[in-house]
Design a protein around this ligand. Structure first.
Ligand code: FE
Ligand code: FE
Ligand code: ZN
Length: 284
């Protein structure tokens, strides 16, 4: 089945119900949201009445709660060894896991972190230490999906080996998964025109069973640019044909696919892009 949706808003007043309505307006059958602004940690309490209404609307429209993705805010940086920043990131991640659990969802996408000049090894050690600390004290069952990154600045997670090193160091491996991002993979240097080879490499290093979400984005930049600027579907350097092949890949069939493409003149492009993908995909 094609499970496709986009990033949607989450507002204090309309809550999860508002997010579901937005997803339905794009004819999506899944969605991803931030529990507040992606750049800050201000979070409102969750209105369970609103959540119940959202679930009813999801059920009526055949949206499974198991396909919904939450994205952690960018300011969590588990790779920063500065004590205050490290502790802040751990605390916020713990709270975020509880929020995802309160909503009843399974997956939280997380950018592994940036080493801010201390080097990849120091950064990876810090991420491992943080994840062990957070997961040791966590009693939810939410999975943290480490996202493949473009390698902008000092970002960690720009290749499969870095992600594998993180997983290797974490005691609670069943609590970790991976979110592929097509724009990030391209910008990190993976040739998506040879996607079967990329998947084989992933399978050899990490294992395909770890992939739980895919961000479908075109890229404004060429392969290996380490930039991370998303482009609308079919308008970037990856192109519609390659993105459709990824979407159609049988090995990834039942994995939620989420668009994070830019707004065009202030308007969300997701309804049109989802329609374009459905027209071109051979999954239904
Ligand atoms: Fe992301
Ligand atoms: Fe992404
Ligand atoms: Zn990105």
């Amino acid at each position: 089945m094609l499970i496709i949706g986009s990033h949607v808003g989450y507002k204090k007043d309309s809550g999860l119900l508002g997010s579901v309505k937005e997803a339905l307006s794009y004819k999506a059958n899944t969605f991803m949201f931030y529990t507040g602004a992606p750049q800050n940690t201000i979070r409102s309490s969750i209105d369970l009445d609103n959540v119940a209404k959202a679930y009813k609307l999801m059920e009526d429209n055949n949206i499974s709660k198991d396909d919904i993705i939450v994205h952690a805010p960018y300011i969590i940086n588990l790779a920063n060894i500065d004590e205050d920043k490290f502790n802040f990131s751990c605390r916020f991640l713990s709270e975020e896991l509880k929020r995802v659990d309160t909503f009843g969802f399974k997956y939280l996408v997380l950018h592994p972190g940036s080493h801010v000049g201390n080097g990849v090894d120091v950064g990876i050690n810090s991420i491992v230490k943080a994840l062990n600390k957070v997961l040791e004290n966590d009693n939810t069952n939410v999975q943290i999906l480490l996202e493949t990154m473009a390698g902008k600045g000092s970002e960690i997670g720009r290749n499969f080996n870095e992600l594998k090193s993180i997983i290797d160091g974490v005691k609670y491996k069943d609590r970790l998964g991976i979110c592929l991002d097509t724009c990030h993979l391209n910008d990190a240097g993976y040739d998506l025109t040879k996607f079967d080879d990329v998947l084989d490499e992933f399978d050899n290093i990490i294992g395909l069973d770890k992939i739980k979400c895919i961000h479908i984005n075109d890229s404004k930049n060429i392969i290996n640019s380490h930039k991370d600027r998303h482009e609308n579907i079919g308008k970037g350097t990856i192109g519609l044909e390659t993105l459709i092949k990824i979407i159609n890949n049988k090995k990834l069939e039942n994995i939620p696919k989420i668009l994070e493409t830019p707004y065009i003149d202030g308007i969300a492009p997701y309804k049109e892009e989802i329609e374009l993908i459905r027209e071109n995909s051979n999954l239904h």
